[in-house]
Design a protein around this ligand. Structure first.
Ligand code: URP
Ligand code: ZN
Ligand code: ZN
Length: 480
């Protein structure tokens, strides 16, 4: 009897906890059966392949409006192509807010852009102007609509908020039940060093790393954690670049504070030396925090193995290198303070993490799934619909060849950006087929991305993001 629409037959299924050989039976885009000898109207042979849950990229910038009126060059359509090419089936991009404006000023525009998405998505909301109206009226309405994570920046003009504003965001998130994600770098220290670098005649991309050493990230991470502890509001630290910062997270976790951490492939593969390449080339590697020194990646892997960092996202940014809209938006001779921060990495994320992690013996394949799919889905309230292979979950699956060796090129990334910072990087392990809710969206590199096929995923509040019920001295300032 053909009870399934589709069966993925004979692959090695990998979840965050187990690997086992099984068939996967799919009906109406959902997994309904794990077993052997399953029948279906159609079948895909997965013999010799790993079968992984589709990647969940919980931090990527897609078609994002910036305060200067520019828009990231990766559209939802091109981002989906790139994501599917690299085995990712869920993305969480960012809706903007700018100072002096309510969230509503750009909400309809961003929702309309996202409605064209070929890939399933949840949303983070950036908060740059936490007025009482934003926090008491707009944020609760957002949470009611399924947007449950707020991102704040402790640095960057014109996005950064001060400590008092950060406390207000934390308190509002606690009252309403939202996750707070934090960009941790010290605004004033970076400004101070950047101004000195310019006075010293050092405007080139390599100065980016010098302007923001590990210390400024570490200080802001400690401060963010301390303020979150004061409010008793869990926080998630984005894009941790080095072991010294992870150490602050580990220290806080050891005393019971609910803080979690993410890192990204750029901190595992790139270094500050990449920004010192001749001419303007260094701009291709500029992101914040800065990539660090050779050797720092091992410290991050240790923090990953220890569970201090438990999400690896791409922090994908669509700024092209040629032309005038991307890295040279502010002029071809821009100094490092005027070059947009961020680099593309949607498609490269899974191959880089598999290769550097699993193929290199640093982590197990179950860890790979946990870091790139399961925990991101849990952290942002999408689990078990996303991030695992189980009856009832969406049939977002990736067939993965663990031994295929590939040299990364920009063409393989299938994004709208004219370069990849990973050009020429050799990886072992590659996605050969991607299914999104039971539909083949990539087979041997050929991608199908249907406009509007992606669904908005309303987020739940995960346990990780719930307050402990413990404030210093018992006085809960967030609730009065
Ligand atoms: O350099 C980066 N990471 N740019 C993107 C914005 C952010 O801070 O996540
Ligand atoms: Zn950030
Ligand atoms: Zn980012």
């Amino acid at each position: 009897m053909n009870i399934h629409d589709l069966v993925i037959r004979g692959g090695t299924v990998v979840t965050a906890s187990d690997t086992f050989v099984a068939d996967i039976g799919i009906v109406d885009g959902r997994i309904v059966t794990l077993g052997t000898g399953l029948d279906g109207r159609e079948a895909i042979d997965a013999t010799g392949r790993l079968v992984l849950p589709g990647g969940v990229d919980s931090h990527c910038h897609i078609e994002q409006l910036e305060a200067d009126g520019s828009v990231h060059e990766e559209s939802f359509e091109s981002a989906a192509r790139s994501a599917f090419a690299g085995g990712t089936t869920t993305v969480i991009p960012f809706a903007p807010q700018f100072k002096g404006e309510p969230i509503a000023a750009h909400a309809d525009d961003y929702r309309a852009r996202a409605a064209r998405s070929p890939i399933d998505y949840a949303l983070h909301q950036i908060i740059t102007d936490p007025t009482p109206d934003v926090l008491d009226r707009e944020v609760p309405a957002l949470v009611g609509a399924g947007v449950r994570s707020l991102k704040v920046f402790l640095t960057y003009d014109p996005l950064h908020i001060d400590d008092r504003q950060f406390l207000a965001v934390l308190a509002a998130a606690k009252r309403v039940g939202a996750t707070v994600c934090v960009h941790c770098e010290n605004y004033e220290a970076i400004r101070w060093r950047a101004e000195a670098l310019l006075r010293a005649g050092r405007p080139e991309p390599a100065s980016h790393a010098v302007s923001r050493p590990k210390l400024v990230e570490r200080e802001a991470t400690y401060r963010a954690i301390a303020l979150a502890e004061l409010v008793d509001q869990p926080i998630h630290i984005f894009h941790v670049s080095c072991a010294e910062v992870a150490e602050e997270i580990a220290r806080a976790r050891a005393r019971g504070v609910k803080v979690t951490g993410e890192t990204c492939p750029q901190y595992l593969v790139l270094t500050a030396a990449d920004m010192a390449r001749p001419g303007r080339e260094g701009a291709k590697f500029m992101c914040s925090p800065s990539p660090r020194e050779a050797g720092d990646a091992e410290g991050l892997w240790a923090a990953i193995r220890a569970g201090t960092l438990d999400v690896i996202s791409s922090d994908h940014c669509g700024f092209s290198f040629g032309g005038q809209a991307g890295k040279w938006l502010n002029g071809a001779d821009s100094d490092f303070t005027r070059i947009p921060n961020g680099i593309p990495g949607l498609a490269a994320r899974l191959p880089l993490v598999f290769s550097e992690g699993v193929a290199s013996g640093r982590i197990e394949v179950t860890d790979f799934v946990r870091l790139t799919a399961t925990t991101p889905a849990k952290r942002f309230g999408l689990y078990p619909r996303k991030g695992t292979i189980a009856p009832g979950s969406d049939a977002d699956l990736v067939l993965w060849d663990p031994t295929r060796r590939v040299t990364l090129t920009n063409a393989l990334m299938q994004h709208a950006i004219d370069y990849t910072p990973y050009e020429g990087h050799e990886v072992t392990g590659w996605p050969t087929l991607t299914l999104a809710r039971g539909q083949v969206v990539m087979r041997d590199g050929t991608v199908t991305a249907t406009l509007g096929a992606g669904r908005f995923l309303p987020a739940d509040l995960p346990r990780d993001a719930r307050p402990r019920g413990l404030v210093p001295d018992g006085f809960d300032a967030a609730l009065v």
